[in-house]
Write a protein that binds this ligand. Structure first.
Ligand SMILES: NC(=O)c1ccc[n+]([C@@H]2O[C@H](COP(=O)([O-])OP(=O)(O)OC[C@H]3O[C@@H](n4cnc5c(N)ncnc54)[C@H](O)[C@@H]3O)[C@@H](O)[C@H]2O)c1
Length: 328
């Protein structure tokens, strides 16, 4: 893909998290100046320490539920805990991060005329009754359940993005992200890929919730960021999204566990526990819009992405680094 026309000053909220740190790396490689803004709730200094010596990289410890005044050309709004364990730990703060945080970032974008990207989620579809999910599907979210602080927060954030766009002509881009995995996920955050890999590497049994036949579609982080870059840098301002960015290859959770055990080569067995309330049974993106408008589709096969992710966790576990702490 051709690089974008000019260098920009780019702010990444949530920049020390799993996806945010890969995004900061990629923006710096593109020649941009990057301001990483994070309250380090689930983000980690280790994720960005290799970037600190770059003179075009800055870090600001800040919670986006409070206003921020900076001068940038583009904003990527990723700040929000993404795994159920973390977003349910302080649900009010999760909702505030999506709602107050979006209002603060959109207000800033309006004032400084910055283009702004929102990391939305497939969770806006809730427990879908339509498969695969196109962007036109309005979703099936339980607004009162324990996942609602995240799902409804992200839905409200999309509403705010569209209202700022219609009312104040803010240039917006919204990507709905489906399960993404790769190096720098937290090992203890309860997401299936990291959970299974860490359990297998430790030789522990692998916990599956439900019968394991519920499906997820796993996208490798590099593929995800290719899609974001196309959306942000190579679409006209009147293409706002939302656009699904995910891998349409549906994998039953049980098959993922078996694949991880095979690749790690351990003796882990599968153990089954009750499915959490509101856990979706099927999740698969319809990526026709991304194919058409972004000329994008994922390229990294599950096995290749898993192998890079397993190597990362293997290194972490061997070096005994502290990776599990969460807290502001
Ligand atoms: N990983 C996925 O599969 C996935 C799927 C759908 C959507 N997303 C979205 O992508 C974004 C990044 O997800 P991730 O997987 O990298 O998660 P992550 O938890 O690793 O990253 C989130 C980052 O946001 C920071 N943060 C949280 N609340 C904040 C606040 N109030 N102010 C400032 N910083 C704050 C955290 O410290 C962390 O660095 C999130 O918005 C998430 O909802 C991710």
């Amino acid at each position: 893909m051709a690089p974008k026309f000019s260098r920009a000053r780019v702010m990444v909220t949530g920049g020390s998290g799993f996806i945010g740190s890969h995004l900061c790396e990629r923006l710096l490689a593109n020649g941009d100046d990057v301001l990483c803004v994070d309250n380090f709730y689930t983000g980690r200094r280790q994720n960005i320490e290799h970037l600190l010596s770059n003179s075009r990289f800055e870090v600001l410890r800040h919670d986006i539920t409070h206003p921020l005044y900076v001068e940038v050309d583009e904003i990527y709004n990723l700040a929000c805990p993404a795994s159920p364990i973390h977003y349910q730990f302080d649900p009010v703060q999760t909702l505030k991060t999506s709602v107050h945080g979006s209002i603060n970032m959109l207000g800033l974008a309006k004032r400084i005329k910055a283009k702004i990207f929102q990391a939305s989620t497939s969770e806006v579809y809730g427990d879908p009754t339509v498969h695969p999910q196109p962007e036109s599907y309005w979703g099936n979210v339980n607004p009162l359940g324990r996942r609602a602080c995240y799902d409804e927060g992200k839905r409200a954030a999309e509403t705010l993005f569209f209202d700022y766009h219609r009312q104040h002509a803010v240039r917006i881009k919204i990507a709905r992200i489906f399960n993404t995995y790769g190096p720098r996920m937290l090992p203890n955050d309860g997401r299936v890929v990291s959970n299974f890999i860490v359990q297998a590497l430790k030789g522990e049994d692998i916990t599956i919730y439900g019968d394991g036949m519920q499906t997820r579609a796993f996208c490798y982080v590099d593929d995800l960021l290719d899609g974001w870059q196309r959306l942000m840098d190579h679409t006209p301002d009147d293409f706002t999204g939302p656009v699904n960015i995910g891998n349409p290859v549906e994998t039953p959770v049980r098959h993922l566990a078996e694949k991880v055990i095979e690749m790690v080569g351990g003796r882990s067995k599968l153990v089954f526990q009750a499915l959490p309330v509101d856990d979706p049974m099927q999740r698969c993106p319809d990526i026709s819009l991304a194919r058409e408008k972004l000329k994008w589709e994922p390229k990294v096969a599950l096995e290749a992405g898993l192998s890079r992710t397993i190597a990362y966790f293997d290194g972490i576990l061997k070096s005994n680094k502290e990776v599990g702490r969460v807290g502001r």
